[in-house]
Design a protein around this ligand. Structure first.
Ligand code: GLN
Length: 378
């Protein structure tokens, strides 16, 4: 066979989690909580199963869940999405991203991404014959240089992929970014894919600037969200996509043949649980406390903490500790110190010599305590 993705390795999340398990390290690499979700939520799932919600959900998802999502989006961001034609429940954020890219990208279309970039974007673009145009962002602030973006745009640019709060750098888009983006896409045939899976993990009183807030951007955007992040249930693999009807129509043509529909009982439970606004309005405080706790602990270490405005990731530089590639350093820290992290170079297609590790702080306090205790030894 001829590989369709010859340069693509096994995803770093799988690699680092496997190593963490193998050597018994504390796993702060792959982003997932190590504490339980609300018992109310698991009760709702049991109830849905006992009540007989065990067959296929409708192809676009359970209508009651789509209605709740539409309601939440309108309340938070002011945009009205028709639950019938503009909301689709997906098997997590990754499937939504795959489907949106596949719906839009033809061979030789160009897609602009910002690196470090979440690792599924590039392979999905390539599978569809698209051409990745990446712009590298640099620590410590990882801001997008919009004059560089303008230079990358051509008449072949079909899509720009944004991700705010950003994984792995924990930055968030600001109003100036939105203004620049709006200028660039105006009068151009460019679709935005906005990965907003960490939408509720924005700290220090800042607002999440969803594409749904800006009509000019909203009407050309796919917005991707995740119940894994919202409910602390990454293993359920349920998320959703929002898009205007003309885009969602194309999205669903693909969705119906790559998953058809998503598991029913979790959707029944999510629809009920979302009625309680506190389920998501409490998240910024909840995670900000964890961020502050982890940062405070790491201040005793020799790591340099990079800013963290959103997401559940804290990145660090380690030039005071070692002078080796982050991929090597991450493996050594996992094996020798017993704490696993993600080397951020894995998110650059050409690699990078920035020496940065990403830690996930969506963990119990005792896990963070143990990790800090080990990391300050370095
Ligand atoms: N989003 C998670 C992270 O960044 C991982 C998801 C995955 O393993 N595919 O760590």
């Amino acid at each position: 066979i001829i590989s369709k993705l010859p340069q693509t390795p096994t995803t770093i999340f799988t690699v680092m989690s496997a190593l963490a398990n193998e050597v018994g390290a504390i796993n702060l690499s792959q982003g997932f909580p190590d504490y339980e979700c609300s018992p109310i939520l698991t009760e709702l799932v049991h109830k849905a199963m006992k009540d007989g919600f065990n067959q296929y959900a409708p192809m676009p998802g359970l209508l009651t869940l789509r209605e709740q999502i539409s309601h939440k989006t309108e309340k938070l961001y002011g945009a009205v999405y028709d639950p019938n034609t503009e909301v689709t429940i997906t098997a997590g954020g990754t499937q939504a991203i795959f489907t949106a890219i596949s719906a839009i990208i033809h061979p030789n279309d160009e897609v602009i991404i910002f690196e470090p970039a979440y690792d599924c974007y590039s392979p999905t673009i390539k599978l569809n014959g698209g051409i990745v145009k990446s712009l590298e962002l640099h620590p410590p602030d990882y801001r997008i240089q919009w004059d560089m973006v303008k230079k990358l745009v051509s008449n072949k640019t079909r899509m720009i992929i944004l991700n705010s709060p950003h994984n792995p750098t924990a930055t968030i888009l600001n109003e100036e970014d939105i203004k620049q983006l709006t200028d660039i896409v105006k009068n151009r045939d460019i679709i935005i894919l906005s990965d907003e899976v960490y939408e509720h993990l924005v700290f220090d009183g800042n607002q999440h600037l969803s594409m749904a807030r800006y009509p000019e951007l909203q009407q050309r955007s796919f917005i991707v969200a995740s119940f894994g992040k919202l409910f602390h249930t990454t293993g359920w693999k349920v998320g959703y996509c929002l898009a205007p009807a003309y885009l969602m129509q194309e999205f669903r043509k693909i969705h119906q043949f790559n998953v058809f529909s998503v598991n029913t009982p979790m959707q029944v439970a999510a629809a009920e649980y979302l009625k309680d606004e506190d389920s998501y309005l409490s998240l910024p405080d909840f995670f900000q406390q964890k961020r502050d706790y982890f940062r405070e602990g790491l201040k005793q270490s020799r790591f340099d903490l990079l800013p963290c405005a959103g997401s559940y990731f804290q990145s660090v530089r380690y030039q005071n500790i070692a002078d080796e590639k982050d991929s090597e350093f991450a493996i050594r820290v996992t094996k020798e110190i017993g704490v696993a992290a993600i080397p951020v170079s894995a998110f650059y297609s050409r690699g990078t010599d920035h020496q940065v590790l990403r830690f996930c702080f969506a963990k119990k306090q005792e896990t963070l305590d143990k990790a800090i205790e080990r990391l300050i030894k370095l």
